[in-house]
Design a binder for this molecule. Structure first.
Ligand code: PLP
Length: 303
């Protein structure tokens, strides 16, 4: 994929290759950055960013949770995202806003330290390239983080060490991706995705209390499902409920809607993308591509 030409850094454009930091930068050493993942889609009326405001609000919430000062406000970062798409002349993109501590040196204490905001936008296909029809997943031995250890509701770099270990374990055991459970044994989510199950035409997804990141795609799916007349339950799920579900899928900005064909080597349904997954996925595609009037307000035109 071609590299973008420019990256937005503290309100100015810098050349992509010149956007460098020192090795001892606090957020690089200690994982103290916070970020977002947003998609811009090609629509008939030009590129449009999906649920931009919701993502930037979550970015600022993550900053607040971690007590990070920011020099920019929500509106400025939203404008920064749009201008990064325009400046790079992108038709569609994955947008990565990142707030990080710039100080250089040793010591994790952040008292009095300042931050920078960077926004990258690059062409990006599917997170599970080549696995579009579905994934074989494994429940990892790594538990999902919880609020008394690290706040799962913040999208912070350091939180992803939990995701990396989970994914690595699943991959090393020959699976495509991991599913994390909570200390209580309830299903939480994927390393970078929320999870849904379908049983007897009811859509079930773990609640906020299961240590999940409250995904914007998750919220989108709940709203689409309700508008389609499907019943939705946000509730704790036991691990074995996944095994006996009719359908299971991941949701996320990068993963979009990705079917799960098996969990711990138990086939889900007939190990093919199920009818409700397909229905929701088709509607999701129409919405993000600007072909569905009902949810048109979720798209921010870039030009
Ligand atoms: C841990 C985790 N859960 C869930 C999600 C899905 O969130 P969203 O739909 O907002 O991309 C993500 C991706 O951002 C994630 O990293």
């Amino acid at each position: 994929m071609p590299e973008p030409k420019y990256l937005w850094l503290d309100g100015k454009f810098v050349r992509y290759g010149d956007a460098n930091v020192h090795i001892l930068t606090h957020s690089l050493q200690y994982g103290s950055g916070i970020f977002e993942g947003i998609r811009c889609y090609k629509t008939e009326s030009g590129p449009a960013i999906f649920r931009l405001h919701d993502h930037i609000v979550r970015l600022f919430d993550s900053a607040k949770i971690y007590g990070m000062p920011t020099r920019f406000n929500i509106k400025e970062v939203e404008e920064g995202a749009c201008s990064t798409i325009r400046r790079n002349n992108l038709k569609s993109a994955y947008i990565r806003p990142f707030i990080f501590y710039t100080s250089i040196g040793i010591g994790y204490n952040v008292k009095g330290k300042s931050t920078s905001v960077a926004i990258a936008a690059l062409e990006f296909g599917n997170l599970f390239e080549g696995k579009h029809s579905g994934l074989n997943c494994k429940i990892t031995t790594w538990q999902r983080i919880n609020s008394s250890i690290l706040p799962p509701g913040a999208k912070a770099s350091g939180n992803y060490l939990n995701s990396i270990l989970a994914s690595q374990e699943a991959n090393n055991s020959g699976y495509d991706e991991a599913i994390l459970i909570t200390a209580q044994g309830h299903v939480a989510e994927g390393p970078g995705e929320n999870i849904f199950a379908v049983k007897d035409r009811v859509l079930i997804t773990p609640p906020k209390s299961a240590g999940i990141l409250l995904g914007i795609t998750r919220d989108t799916i709940i709203k689409i499902a309700k508008s389609t007349g499907l019943e939705v339950e946000e509730r704790d799920m036991r691990r074995e409920e996944l095994y006996t579900s009719d359908e299971v899928f991941f949701s996320g900005t990068a993963a979009e809607i990705t079917p799960i064909l098996s969990v711990d080597s138990r086939a889900i349904g007939n190990a093919k993308p199920g009818p409700i997954t397909t229905l929701l996925s088709n509607r999701y595609s129409r919405i993000v591509n600007g072909e569905d009037k009902e949810f048109a307000e979720w798209l921010t035109p870039v030009s």
